[in-house]
Design a protein around this ligand. Structure first.
Ligand code: B12
Ligand code: SF4
Length: 463
């Protein structure tokens, strides 16, 4: 049984199924027949009691939980609760948070093991090792487990270069109507297809623990042909909008062009696409190929209106390049959603620098101005938050900026940083201002995904 943490406990974003789990289930389906190994994806709907009841009902021989850093507190609680209720059930953790904080997970919970990195081969190996009622972790790549009073750390599985060799996600275990899709959407059912893994860049705030597990950025893409087959399969199952999951779709322009041309050749006029791009790699042919492939929306990390901040966080783009990309895209009728991050911090010659409320106000005004010029249609906003394993985390530790409550050292939920002279009231005011701008743009541009909006409203009321 592979599980997501129960969403009603902390109301995290649950727009889409967890791709990591679906990939692991796909690998297990290929390796074992249903009579050998029965698989279950325990989705995150419900609360902890529902979660424990589902484990009780299925009675698995192995339970694995996947979670990310912003949900770490809930992930730890869930692992601990499952192990407490079912002491003889082997309980393991995996996913992006576990890949960087395995020792912490082992110290703060009674989980039996964590597995770090890309785990398709590891879980198959783990299940193969099952005999006499127990699993043998000794030879499982990436496993971190207890041996007496210390922890043994196995090296993570090496990256497979050929992503096509991985089985597809176990789509047969998903009802395509269950998940609402992303906040701005043209059609439903809405699901995502993973087209690449990793990214060649190293922005200081970006947390990619799985793909940077060997200490350097990595990037691999699936072949357009392999992706196309998965798109066809999901289209036949009724899916009408797809997010092509990747870090940056235009990280490899030739590959991007080839894939877009192939999608356009499918001739699915009622299938819409969106994906994330970098702001500095855009050309007229690429924008035209996107439009021809029915890409109606791109998301882009714009972050701030200041080139100094962009350089400080090592984003390797400039606002001029971003505006140029937006102009090329909007000329083809493609809508643009920008990710904005407020109160960033960086170092110049070892000196701490940070964004002031005035800098953030300028960013929001820049966004609204882009909106008026038809170069921006939606905003996603956040407060810069250090995540373990990132250069921003190291900087926050060096300068004492972390906002982790001392009584919950393993909780990374507190947003933002303790920046000198910046009060929480100023951060709240910026957030409010950004929400106003975001709402204004969304109202002007439409295509708000109503089921997501209802879920968000319900979540806000509950929180
Ligand atoms: C698609 C996606 C989403 C989708 C779908 C959910 C999902 N994760 O699949 C949505 C939009 C819902 C989403 C939401 C969020 N996401 Co997201 N998401 C991604 C994205 C772009 C691709 C994920 C993916 O398909 N990876 C490919 C698969 C194969 O990799 P994987 O998921 O890591 O799984 C492998 C291993 O981790 C491991 N594994 C995973 N689970 C388990 C479980 C067990 C038991 C074991 C043994 C192993 C294991 O094996 C898997 C196969 O190799 C990644 C970026 C990225 N490149 O990973 C961000 C990313 C994973 N997301 C991230 C974050 C922060 C979130 C949110 C918390 C955002 C927020 N603030 O609310 C929410 C969490 C809610 C949720 N439901 O998960 C961060 C995680 C950073 C971190 N340190 O934890 C990432 C890395 C983006 C980033 N750079 O910041 N996300
Ligand atoms: S923010 Fe985007 S470009 Fe920067 S490291 Fe993360 S995924 Fe790569």
């Amino acid at each position: 049984m592979l599980a997501d943490p129960p969403v009603l406990e902390e109301h995290y974003i649950y727009y889409q199924p967890t791709m990591g789990i679906l990939y692991l289930l796909g690998a297990l389906q290929r390796a074992f027949s249903p009579t050998e190994v029965e698989l279950r994806y325990l989705q995150g709907f419900g609360d902890l009691r529902d979660h424990l009841d589902a484990v009780q009902e299925f009675q698995p021989d192995l339970y694995g939980l996947s979670f990310k850093t912003p949900m770490a507190r809930l992930g730890y609680r869930t692992l601990a609760a499952v192990k407490e209720r079912f002491p003889s059930l082997p309980v393991i953790g995996g996913g992006s948070h576990v890949s960087i904080m395995a020792d912490d997970v082992m110290a703060q919970t009674n989980a039996d093991a964590c597995i770090r990195g890309e785990c398709e081969d590891s879980v198959v190996g783990l299940v193969q090792s099952f005999s006499d009622g127990r699993f043998r972790l000794e030879s499982v790549p990436g496993a971190v487990f207890r041996t007496g009073s210390s922890l043994q750390h196995n090296s993570p599985a090496p990256f497979r270069h050929d992503l096509d060799a991985f089985p597809w996600p176990a789509w047969n275990m998903i009802d395509v109507h269950t998940f609402p899709g992303m906040p701005y959407s043209k059609r439903r059912p809405y699901l995502g297809v993973l087209v690449s893994r990793g990214c060649p860049f190293r922005c200081t705030f970006c947390s990619e623990p799985v793909w940077k597990i060997f200490g350097r950025p990595t990037y691999r893409a699936r072949s357009p042909q392999n992706i196309l087959e998965e798109i066809r399969y999901l289209y036949d199952r009724g899916v009408r909008e797809m997010r092509l999951w990747c870090e940056e779709f235009n990280a490899a322009s030739d590959w991007a062009l080839e894939l877009l041309h192939a999608i356009a050749d499918l001739g699915y006029d009622d299938l819409f696409f969106n994906f994330n791009i970098r702001g500095d790699v855009m050309s007229e042919p690429l924008a035209a190929a996107m439009a021809a492939a029915n890409v109606w929306l791109v998301t882009m990390g714009m972050e701030t209106a200041s080139n100094r901040v962009l350089a400080g966080v090592r984003k390797h783009v400039t606002i001029e390049k971003i505006e140029n990309s937006c102009a090329l895209l909007s000329a083809k009728g493609i809508k643009i959603a920008g990710y904005f991050q407020f109160f960033s911090a960086w170092e110049e010659d070892g000196r701490l620098c940070w964004e002031t409320p005035e800098d953030c106000r300028r960013t929001i005004e820049w966004a609204l101005e882009l909106g008026r010029r038809g170069l921006l249609h939606y905003m996603f906003t956040s407060i810069a938050t250090p995540r373990p394993g990132t250069p921003l985390w190291d900087l926050a530790v060096r300068h004492g900026l972390l906002r982790i409550p001392p009584e919950q050292p393993f909780s990374y939920l507190a947003e933002g940083m303790n920046l000198p002279g910046i009060s929480r009231a100023e951060v709240r005011a910026t957030r409010l201002h950004a929400t106003f701008a975001k709402t204004r743009l969304a109202v002007q541009n439409g295509h708000v995904n109503m089921p997501v909006l209802f879920r968000k409203a319900r979540r806000s009321l509950r929180v």
